[in-house]
Design a protein. Structure first.
Length: 514
């Protein structure tokens, strides 16, 4: 029996719940009938997520079998909990190694551990680095200039960063390498090559593969990062698999990441009252993928092919051909319409809700549960918009008040555009700060994150210098209606200048220890 079968059996029994949750499995509590019947807490016979021995352990083993992982853990706090746990585990491990060093001093504990991350990682990776006072070293993805988006992280670029960080004096060892593959847009890096490069130096590779839970099931899709040799892989089951929001998996392989330490941090970052509905949703999604995943993904490939053929004659709207099949990245790459304007008109006029808008494009997620009806509606809407952009249709009112986003105003953080780092992330995030208007902030050091959400990748991270080009980009995003976080009334937080912040490291150390 899977986990939901156990819940169904209990829901149909005559046990009266003198236990949490407070709805007491009563179908009259407001949500659709049946939801509460399966929502329970850790009672006899239902195992415990933090120390699984029976039905939850069996469910996790079924997931491990699907992905061919040595160990798999259910995550009910999303991929974020997995990222925080994995990075905290490797930070503790490298910290213990540093403690055994003959020249180690207690005051070196904060900030002496190094983490190499792809600069296009999700904000959760930065938060994990902050919580563990880690020094960040960035490996920058390539830039796909034609489409205005970040590309792959290359193994040679990673090796260069490893060698550079290792040569620096002071500090501790390199705890791990963290990359995102696929990206939000569906760009996939060669994880196998990156794993070999990291392992050559005895460094574990953590892959945020939140958008790739469907990888490895069908040969037309990329391999799973587990199969390619990553030490820790995090999958958001809810993003591309049929499972509830907030569900994810963490896979651990090899010996470079301690099983015991990892479990400790999973216990810290995961709720002590895990939802059985969410866990049953994970188990059901895994079962569906094992049973019907290949056929469903094959059908999706066929629908995608028909969709692309239908857009072949467009003059402005095109689909980026470089993404994995689970993503549709469509836009007017001549910037005749911004991504946000395209996103808005698809939602407002055609009732098609996209996943994300960026510079000149929108992102749609395609999964095993998509239907041709939805893809046909999107195709027809894009064809109609393309005609309007070509002037072949009178009704182009959706363009009013939506200025074109020029390519020159769209720098993408990567090899060709790298913000200068003035302070460590954790130092800047703890430092005293002041608000400055965007124009006044040029030359100052950012004290908080600025990012579009989605995708949650920092345009500017604490410790990075606010450049004129970045300010121009932020203003362009604001003027074009993008959902930009970290900016309030065109003001941002910057590190207060003065000895107490930028020069007095004792001040920062004591504040960090509070």
């Amino acid at each position: 029996m899977n986990l939901f079968d156990h819940l169904s059996e209990y829901a149909d029994s005559d046990y009266y719940p003198f236990h949490m949750p407070g709805h007491k499995r009563n179908s009259e509590c407001g949500l659709p009938e049946g939801v509460y019947r399966y929502d329970i807490t850790e009672i006899e016979g239902f195992d415990n997520l933090h120390s699984p021995e029976t039905i939850i352990k069996d469910a996790e083993q079924r997931a491990a079998k699907l992905y061919d992982s040595e160990e798999t853990y259910f995550l009910v706090n999303g991929s974020t909990a997995g990222i925080l746990s994995a990075i905290s585990a490797i930070a503790e491990r490298i910290g213990k190694v540093a403690e055994r060093s003959s020249n180690w001093k207690r005051e070196d504990w904060h900030g002496n551990r190094r983490l190499i991350i792809a600069r296009n990682c999700h904000k959760a990776v930065y938060h994990a680095a902050f919580l563990n006072r880690m020094e960040l070293y960035y490996v920058y993805p390539e830039i796909i200039k034609e489409y205005g988006m970040a590309g792959q992280v290359r193994a040679q670029e990673l090796e260069d960063v490893i060698c550079s960080a290792s040569r620096e004096k002071g500090g501790g060892g390199i705890a791990a390498v963290v990359i995102t593959s696929p990206t939000y847009e569906g760009i996939v890096s060669h994880v196998g090559e990156l794993a070999k490069t990291a392992h050559k130096y005895g460094i574990p590779l953590i892959v945020d593969q939140a958008h790739g839970a469907h990888f490895g099931i069908h040969p037309a899709y990329p391999k799973s990062a587990v199969e390619e040799g990553a030490d820790v892989v995090i999958h958001s089951v809810h993003k591309t698999m049929p499972a509830p929001t907030q569900t994810a998996l963490l896979h651990r392989n090899g010996t470079l990441v301690s099983k015991d330490i990892l479990r400790k941090y999973l216990g810290i970052y995961q709720t002590s009252s895990p939802s059985y509905l969410l866990m049953a949703g994970i188990d059901d999604g895994v079962a569906f993928a094992a049973r019907e995943g290949y056929g469903s993904l094959d059908r999706l490939l066929s629908m995608r092919k028909d969709f692309l053929e239908g857009l072949a004659g467009c003059a402005h709207i095109r689909v980026c051909p470089l993404t994995e099949p689970g993503k549709l990245v469509a836009g007017a790459w001549d910037c005749s319409i911004t991504g946000q304007a395209l996103y808005d008109v698809l939602r407002e006029k055609y009732h098609l809700q996209m996943e994300m808008a960026s510079g000149c494009y929108v992102v749609a997620i395609l999964t095993m549960r998509d239907k041709w009806e939805g893809m046909e509606r999107l195709r027809d809407a894009l064809l109609e918009i393309d005609k309007a952009l070509s002037g072949d249709k009178a009704d182009s009112s959706f363009m009013e008040g939506r200025p074109a986003f020029r390519k020159a105003r769209l720098p993408v953080i990567g090899k060709d555009y790298r913000p200068k780092v003035n302070l460590s992330l954790w130092q800047a995030y703890l430092a005293l700060n002041v608000e400055r208007s965007l124009e006044e902030a040029v030359g100052w050091t950012a004290a908080s994150f600025i990012y579009l959400y989605p995708p949650g990748i920092p345009l500017l991270a604490p410790g990075e210098e606010v450049g004129a080009e970045m300010v121009e980009l932020i203003i362009a995003y604001i003027n074009n209606g993008y959902n930009l976080l970290g900016v309030q009334d065109k003001k941002i937080k910057v590190v207060k200048k003065g000895e107490e912040n930028e020069k007095d490291k004792d001040y920062l150390y004591h504040r960090a220890c509070k």
